[in-house]
Design a protein around this ligand. Structure first.
Ligand code: NAD
Length: 456
């Protein structure tokens, strides 16, 4: 069945059905309308899968995608337009252009934490760029997976868009086929499997991976605001956010004060848990519970195994020897570490002896010190991040979003999604007007002298 769908999508693409401006525009509008019409269904599915509140479902998944659709619809014509570029003098009588062309049939593989957004957001780029698309949402969020399949498979032709459902074996089956691009969001472990499978067909890939994203709070920071913004960034979706602050390093002179503020604010923000997400499944719940050292917990900490619920948990005096520092946490646990000298901390966070530290997906610095702000931005490598904030860079579609090194490669959002799913085809167009023999054989001394004058 998969083979048949992939083959028919490739044919559909080859017959140019997906390429015109009007086709792409209409599909984006149709997707927007369908999301609006099905908002309640999507929201209910996210609640079933992750106990995600209506507010977070809208702000981080449904509304997030609607906003991207509005932006893509508005800018599509400009993105598609061939761009004229300069032509060097030695290419006589020519004009030069870059035209973005669609790649063909692309595969999008999604993770469980934002199971709707992380399939639809890349899809918007793939549609805008004129591709046919196969999507494989995470099987861990069965309700969202079902809604996505319904939404796409009953409203779009399978020659064009198709959602494929099932467990990881289905993903592995899909990976046997040749695609024109694979867009993967998920763990580094599976990213490696995807990359390896893609290499057999020389398929280009985008890997949106995770890791441990550090946060630094120095002695000049506004501790109350820092605590609130860090708690928000960490506990959104119960910490199941790829760019959540994984751990916080606080300068020793303000360590106790910061911890105090963080406890207060966390208790204020999360004084009831109706709107607090749950852990996706039993396996992850058990994994997270094992990372918590109760001796180090500084706030009221509740777990409810039957609901897979873990309340926001703050841990103090954490070191790299603690289990919570050995892997990406991806849950509502926030370890707070202390440092004494930023000149030691920066090189320490940059060293490669620990894979979990290398080139994180995000980095956050809380400081009023402009020199330090500049230094962190220029000296430390990370996918993207923020000064005196958390998460917000992801919601600005003018910024490319993606990892670097260990946290992945390739970036999307806004026009970057369009370019990611397009090939930038460069070409020159020459008139028949004149055809001086300078570049053609025989290569005389006079021609060589002239070419040396021009090309230097
Ligand atoms: P995952 O890697 O376990 O699964 C992702 C997808 O891969 C799923 O669709 C699944 O079906 C498939 N898959 C799982 N095992 C497979 C296998 N053996 N062979 C082939 N396919 C397989 O990731 P997850 O647990 O769903 O998501 C959490 C991870 O994703 C975290 O590491 C997080 O940081 C990362 N993430 C990154 C971003 C980003 O934008 N960079 C966003 C969200 C999540």
């Amino acid at each position: 069945m998969l083979e048949k769908i992939i083959k028919s999508q490739k044919e559909y693409f080859l017959y140019n059905h997906t390429k015109s401006y009007s086709f792409r525009l209409n599909q984006l509008k149709k997707l927007q309308r369908l999301i609006l019409e099905n908002e309640d269904k999507i929201s209910a599915a996210l609640y079933e899968d992750l106990h995600k509140s209506k507010f977070e479902s809208y702000s981080t998944e449904i509304g997030y995608c609607l906003h991207s659709l509005t932006y893509a619809i508005k800018h599509l014509k400009r993105w598609m337009k061939p761009k004229r570029v300069n032509t060097p003098i030695y290419i006589l009588n020519s004009k030069s252009f870059i035209i973005p062309e669609p790649l063909g049939t692309v595969l999008i593989i999604g993770p469980y934490n934002y199971p709707f957004q992380l399939v639809i957001e890349p899809l918007i780029g793939a549609i805008a760029a004129g591709n046919t698309v196969i999507m494989k949402p995470s099987e861990m969020c069965t309700n969202t997976e079902r809604v996505l399949a319904e939404l796409i498979n009953t409203n779009f032709d399978s020659n064009y868009l198709q959602v494929v459902t099932g467990d990881y074996l289905v993903t592995q089956e899909l990976l046997r086929f040749s695609f024109d691009h694979i867009f993967f969001t998920g763990s580094s472990r599976v990213g490696q499997i995807v990359y390896e499978a893609a290499s057999k067909h020389m398929t280009p890939v985008t890997l949106e991976l995770g890791g441990k994203s550090p946060t630094i709070v120095d002695e000049t920071a506004d501790l109350v605001k820092a605590a609130r913004r860090i708690a928000f960034g960490k506990f959104l979706n119960a910490g199941q956010t790829c760019i959540a602050p994984d751990y916080v390093y606080v300068h020793e002179s303000v360590y106790d004060q910061f911890l105090n503020e963080l406890n207060l604010i966390t208790n204020n923000l999360y004084n009831h848990f109706d709107d607090f997400s749950h852990v996706v499944n039993e396996r992850h719940f058990q994994r997270l519970v094992k990372l918590i050292d109760k001796e180090k917990v500084t706030n009221k900490h509740i777990t409810e195994a039957d609901k897979k619920f873990i309340s926001p948990t703050i841990m103090k005096d954490v070191t790299w020897e603690d289990s919570v520092m050995k892997e990406e946490i991806f849950g509502p646990i926030l370890p707070v570490l202390s440092y004494s000298d930023i000149n030691d901390l920066i090189p320490f966070l940059k060293t490669k002896e620990l894979k979990t530290k290398e080139k994180p997906l995000a980095l956050y610095l809380f400081s009023k010190n402009k020199v330090l702000q500049k230094r962190v931005i220029s000296e430390m490598s990370f996918g993207g991040g923020a000064i005196n904030d958390t998460l917000m860079h992801i919601s600005n579609h003018h910024l490319p979003f993606g990892g670097v090194g260990n946290s992945g490669f390739g970036a999307y959002h806004g026009k970057h999604s369009f370019y990611l799913f397009s090939h930038q085809k460069g070409y020159t167009s020459r008139s028949f007007l004149i055809d001086p023999p300078i570049a053609y054989p025989p290569y005389t001394k006079a021609k060589e002298t002239l070419i040396r004058k021009i090309m230097k």
